[in-house]
Design a protein around this ligand. Structure first.
Ligand code: NAP
Length: 310
């Protein structure tokens, strides 16, 4: 029986593992489909405190993992596909067929950015001109033209943020009306560096000889006209999907799958002894550092829960 099982090994899960391991609880981390989490797909992380020259996302979570292992955390290459939280002992069923039992559980499964699926997108994603994080990659487009796809608060926020660096931002949405809040829409309309292009859908993303994005090809939904818009970078901001489907019925979640995190700690769930951390429970900030902070809080809360159990 494990004291703490941590589902997920990104910034949230790995930080929870460091805290739990330093408390002598030898946590078991079940890595999931993408060991190290979504940040491993980011070429350069420039905003994680402590790395003035930046660090690649893969090394960042590998460092965290090694730090956790140094204090006794164990990582297993497996994926949890079902849970049973109905009893005090929590049961986690893995894809390997193995069933893990734990007194407490930290869910840190993250969220996947939704992608458009158009040709060229996956080819240029992660360092060659297609990104899903303006906070992470915006600074690489100083003085250049970029495109943002999406019509929600994220797309508007990303477009506004990108105008700090980019010469021009094309904000492309598939409908005339934005889903984003009025205040966000007013902000983008007032920003002279943003050109709103609606109603369009992406057709394909094309590159230059160096293998980097050169343009977005879009189709006007109303007229059918196809246009090529020259940009050096494309930011896709059409929502995220929390990796929580396997928890349906076991934990309270919002209609979009975001886990409900509550209590004074902000990391408690509706099940005693089960805590959450990172993007699976946070649709607003979604940063490595905020996920790590939640991971630390979740481990400290799990520790308190275990002390009260004994
Ligand atoms: P969202 O509200 O779900 O918006 C997603 C947008 O992408 C929608 O405009 C949608 O178009 C479009 N879209 C979806 N699939 C598409 C596709 N295949 N091709 C083209 N466009 C597509 O997601 P979000 O903007 O990430 O926001 C998520 C939540 O976080 C929201 O509750 C939001 O308010 C909140 N948030 C808040 C803040 C803030 O307050 N500062 C910042 C960011 C996010 P349709 O409109 O046509 O469906």
């Amino acid at each position: 029986m494990e004291e703490i099982a941590i589902i997920g090994s990104g910034c949230a899960g790995a930080t929870a593992a460091i805290y739990a391991a330093r408390a002598g609880l030898a946590p078991l981390v079940i890595e999931g489909k993408l060991p190290g989490g979504l940040i491993t797909t980011t070429a350069e992380v420039e905003n994680f405190p402590g790395f003035p020259d930046g660090i690649d996302g893969f090394s960042l979570t590998l460092n965290m993992r090694q730090q956790a292992e140094k204090f006794g955390a164990r990582f297993v290459a497996d994926e949890i596909v079902a849970v049973d939280f109905s009893a005090v002992t929590k049961r986690l069923t893995a894809a390997s067929g193995k069933v893990y039992e734990a007194k407490s559980v930290i869910v840190a499964t993250g969220a996947k950015p939704r992608l458009t699926g158009v040709p060229g997108e996956s080819e240029f994603y992660g360092g060659n001109g297609v990104s899903t994080c303006a906070t992470c990659d915006g600074a690489f487009y100083r003085g250049k033209k970029v495109a943002v796809f999406g019509g929600g608060d994220s797309a508007c926020e990303e477009a506004n943020f990108l105008t700090r660096f980019a010469e021009k931002v094309f904000l492309m949405h598939r409908r005339e009306k934005f889903r984003a809040s009025d205040v966000m829409v007013r902000r983008i309309v007032a920003n002279p560096k943003i050109e709103i292009v609606v109603p369009v859908i992406p057709e394909r993303f094309v590159g230059d000889d160096s293998g980097r994005v050169r343009a977005a090809v879009v189709r006007d939904v109303a007229t059918g006209e196809v246009r090529e818009i020259e940009v050096a970078g494309i930011f896709v901001a059409i929502g995220h999907e929390p990796d929580t489907k396997f928890l349906a019925g076991a934990l309270a979640m919002e209609p979009d799958g975001t886990l409900v995190a509550g209590g004074a700690s902000g990391v408690a769930t509706n099940v005693a002894g089960v805590f959450v951390a990172g993007d699976c429970a946070d649709r607003v900030y979604r940063q490595a550092i905020t996920a790590a902070g939640m991971g630390a809080r979740a481990a400290l809360e799990a520790q308190r829960y275990l002390e009260a159990l004994s």
